[in-house]
Design a binder for this molecule. Structure first.
Ligand code: SF4
Ligand code: SF4
Ligand code: SF4
Ligand code: FES
Length: 883
């Protein structure tokens, strides 16, 4: 590309051909007013406010769409330009309604700001108000299109960034406005209430709706979203000490850019919910009674040390949180190992299949994960399997949809026709629990076509011959029969993937299913076969459900690894950590979440410390979990909410939510993001790091309690992959250290073995429980829904969590939309309304989690996800009874 030299306001500038005048001016700090421009959107040239003048020709141009040209002489601020800009704003104001004066956008309205800068006050033109009906029939967004200036940002955000297509221009000329199909209210359209258009809108035409009057933000603080593992960067608007509005932050290079999802944008009002815990409590005579911090911590430390003395360290367990910060997870596991002498420490990430990741991680030494999401848009092919990110991690779905729009082949494998399936080049609908067969079958087809990567296989793997031989003996007719996918379709997918490095995006559909471990092994084999590991735009992307699932794992809040994913069974790792902490590290693997419940049930576990988890709502078989926990001698719950689990606690410690404390999270890309408090915790609540520090002091070690910065320094010193973490800079990346990860070009790294090819068992039909229930999620809730259910916005949307049933089954059972059914499994039941859904095959039902206190957990058996014979937590056999 040619270099262009031009002059802007007398300043000589050299830039690249094809750049717009606006971009160049901004790069050199020259401010030009804009209303329809946004860096993440295609230039549009609608408002004409960014006019500049070419001095030699006198030509006026919209600088956002005008490219630079050789020897241009540009003026951005001449009297002529100002006159035109004033006229444009005067015309806009003449069309604006009087409600402008009481608009909730207030002084944040860009039109008002620009009008003020240009000295445009009350309009002197004949008012031409273009009244539109105010739409506020949903709890998230108010549309007052009388205030619309037709900048088109909302439509472009909807089409280009979140790729939903809920809105477009309606009508022509003066009457034209953004509208949904048939101009229906947003709640009756395909709108996902991501709020991206609201954050983009320069005027009060689109605004966030607040169910109670909370005022307008007085200040803004930056934080990281506390919901899923994407780790979106937030700008939180605050009035007093309450977060009352959330938008994407304006930071550069964030994971979410200008987008958010409905949870990030609107569900953070849970922070102000009445269910927040505000003071420590101790159970006395059956009731929880308020106590001072000193009293409460004295009881906790005393009881834990007493039980340790009497029953030994293995009678204690600590269940931590994949929602708490890196620093807090580090402290949590250190207290468990050093002060209490137990490896019985785990975190809520187990529910999302963390234990499986550990097993896969051991084989590749971390080489198959932590990739930036933006690489997805440059992938050669994407295989989305067992994941529905448009519900679970919506910002990831935006990347995938944008990739599909750019022409990246996207294979979606999901028994149900999901939103992502509509963007797929090919949608596969395998029978549930047969992904293992599907993956092996596709690998076999690629082998037959000799469409694998021999150079990668030679340099980085071992055991290929055996693997290829096992694949060649697979009965592909059986694969087709078992998966329910026709041979022709399997061939089509193999053809599409042939010769490509693949980005696999994997979710709960794999990680929680019956053959989870075997399916992951098969997927790893497939990625080795295709040379997809170690490449920037390929590999395996795991969708982490919780915001700090990765961090909790890396910080060692797991029963089988020390910080930095150092395996506990390694003598060297234990020795190193013993030296670092000047303490003995207990050798044996500790109890995971399921083991804790089992041992509590048997009476072997005596005390449980729970930080930021709600097992009575998030674990399968809640009745059994309740019984097990009631058998414990002592239960401590440290949380932000009064949950089901708080009801059985002996001591309750009120914690602070993410934006009320300092810390850092590690997102599913391996991005470590630091943040400072935006507001103070409510009442007497304290940040978890502070509670843990005070507790450690009560247990006899005051060194822990100083500051999160000190904890961070210790992490940086002893966990080299976190060496770049720096609270001041804000963002760092995990430094992968292993030879396998780096895939040295000379092939000197350790070789990764292909694992043996295994198959699913043939199952006889279950006549007593003939339907397969698939537990899924909706974007309005996260996980068990403890936090999202406390959001007024989400509550007021009135979702019922209907069960989806195929029309064929509906006809057979005489069921219609809105009927109520009881779903019964071998472990429990639930009652809900149904909806007939054509994207589901007969014999399957789909049940969204998080509704009705997360009652889908009643149906599932509590078993270890990693065990070879585990039925998994994703599906179960059920029968339906009309209610
Ligand atoms: S609603 Fe807002 S963002 Fe959309 S076109 Fe109108 S002014 Fe622009
Ligand atoms: S809220 Fe999101 S999905 Fe709905 S119209 Fe706006 S950008 Fe589109
Ligand atoms: S995608 Fe996840 S991290 Fe981003 S706003 Fe939504 S819930 Fe928050
Ligand atoms: S910002 Fe250039 S035309 Fe609107």
């Amino acid at each position: 590309m040619e270099d262009i030299t031009l002059t802007i306001n007398g300043k000589k500038i050299t830039c690249q051909e094809g750049t717009s005048i606006l971009n160049v001016a901004e790069e050199y700090g020259i401010k030009i007013p804009t209303l329809c421009h946004h860096h993440d959107l295609e230039p549009f040239g609608a408002c004409r406010l960014c006019l500049v003048e070419e001095e030699k020709t006198g030509r006026l141009m919209a600088s956002c769409v005008a490219p630079v040209a050789q020897d241009m002489t540009i003026l951005t601020d001449s009297p002529r330009i100002t006159k035109h800009r004033r006229n444009i704003v005067r015309l806009m104001m003449a069309e604006h309604p009087e409600s402008c004066l009481v608009c909730s956008k207030g002084n944040r309205c860009q039109l008002r700001q620009i009008a003020a800068q240009l000295g445009v006050g009350e309009t002197d033109l004949y008012p031409m108000s273009n009244y539109k009906r105010l739409e506020q029939t949903n709890p998230f967004i108010i549309r007052d299109l009388s205030k619309c200036i037709l900048c088109g940002k909302c439509i472009r955000a909807d089409h280009e960034l979140v790729v939903v297509g809920a809105i477009d221009y309606n009508l022509r000329g003066f009457r034209s406005r953004p509208a949904t199909v048939h101009d229906l209210p947003l709640k009756d359209s395909s709108c996902t209430f991501c709020g991206t258009c609201v954050s983009m809108c320069p005027t009060g035409a689109l605004a966030s709706k607040n169910t109670q009057y909370v005022g307008t933000p007085e200040r803004e603080g930056l934080s990281i979203c506390g919901f899923c593992g994407v780790g979106c960067s937030l700008a939180m608007g605050v009035a007093g000490e309450q977060v009352i509005e959330v938008n994407p932050s304006h930071r550069q290079d964030t994971v979410n850019g200008a987008t958010l999802c409905v949870r990030g944008h609107f569900a953070h009002d849970f922070l102000n919910a009445g269910e927040r815990l505000i003071r420590p409590m101790i159970r006395k005579d059956g009731d929880l009674i308020s106590a001072s911090w000193d009293e409460a911590l004295e009881v906790v430390a005393g009881r834990f040390l007493d039980i340790k003395r009497m029953s030994g360290p293995q009678s204690l367990a600590l269940l931590g949180s994949s929602k708490c910060t890196n620093e807090e997870n580090y402290l949590f596991q250190k207290i468990a190992r050093v002060l209490l002498g137990t490896n019985n420490v785990d975190n809520g990430g187990y529910i999302s299949g963390q234990s499986l990741l550990t097993r896969i991680d051991e084989r590749t030494d971390g080489g198959c994960r932590v990739h930036p999401f933006d690489k997805l848009e440059k992938a050669e092919a994407i295989f989305l399997i067992g994941a529905e990110p448009s519900q679970s991690a919506p910002v990831v779905s935006y990347y995938l949809k944008r990739a599909a729009k750019k022409g990246v082949p996207l294979i979606v494998s999901d028994p149900r026709q999901t939103e992502m399936a509509r963007f797929a080049s090919i949608w596969l609908s395998p029978v549930p629990q047969t992904d293992l067969e599907l993956i092996n079958g596709l690998a076999a087809l690629l082998c037959v076509k000799k469409a694998y990567d021999p150079s990668f296989i030679d340099r980085f793997t071992e055991g290929f011959g055996l693997y290829r031989d096992s694949l060649s003996s697979l009965d592909l007719e059986r694969t087709s029969r078992v998966t329910g996918i026709e041979m022709g379709m399997l061939e089509e997918v193999a053809e599409l993937l042939k010769g490509k490095k693949i980005a696999f995006v994997v979710g709960h559909g794999i990680l929680q299913q019956r053959y989870a471990l075997q399916s992951m092994e098969a997927l790893l084999n497939f990625s080795l076969l295709t040379g997809s590991l170690g490449s920037e735009e390929a590999g395996i992307y795991f969708l982490a459900r919780e915001n700090n699932q990765m961090g909790a794992w890396y910080m060692g809040a797991v029963p089988d690894a020390l910080p930095g994913r150092q395996p506990l069974h390694s003598d060297t790792a234990r020795k190193d950590w013993a030296q670092a902490w000047q303490a003995k590290i207990p050798p044996g693997q500790g109890l995971n979440i399921v083991g804790m419940i089992e041992e509590a049930y048997k009476g072997n576990l005596k005390a449980l410390y729970i930080m930021g988890e709600n097992p009575l709502r998030s674990f399968p078989q809640p009745e059994l979990v309740h019984k097990a926990m009631k058998r414990l001698d002592f239960v401590v719950v440290q949380d932000i909410f009064s949950t089901e689990t708080v009801e059985i606690a002996d001591v309750v410690l009120p914690g602070a939510a993410f934006c009320e404390k300092i810390g850092s999270f590690t997102n599913m890309e391996g991005r470590i993001q630091s943040f400072a408090p935006v507001v103070s915790p409510p009442g007497d609540a304290k940040p978890d790091w502070e509670i843990l520090g005070l507790l450690a002091a009560k247990m006899g070690d005051p060194r822990y309690y100083e500051s999160p910065e000190r904890v961070r320094r210790e992490i940086c010193e002893f966990v080299p992959i976190y060496g770049d973490m720096d609270g001041g800079k804000g963002v760092a990346w995990i430094k992968e250290m292993s030879q396998k990860t780096l895939f040295h070009a000379d092939g000197r790294g350790d070789l990764i073995s292909f694992s043996p090819v295994v198959s699913t068992k043939d199952e006889a039909p279950d006549d007593a429980f003939p339907f397969t229930a698939i537990i899924g999620s909706v974007r309005y809730h996260l996980g068990s829904g403890t936090r999202t259910s406390a959001s007024h916005h989400i509550q007021d949307f009135g979702l019922k969590g209907e069960i989806e049933i195929s029309p064929d089954d509906g006809a057979n059972l005489d069921l219609h939309d809105g009927d109520t059914v009881r779903v019964v499994s071998r472990h429990g039941s639930l009652v809900r309304e149904i909806r007939l859904e054509s994207g589901l095959r007969a014999g399957l039902i789909w049940l969204p989690a998080a509704f009705n206190n997360n009652d889908t957990r009643n149906l599932i058996e509590l078993t270890e996800l990693c065990k070879a014979d585990s039925p998994g937590w994703k599906t179960c056999q059920v029968k339906l009874e009309k209610f």
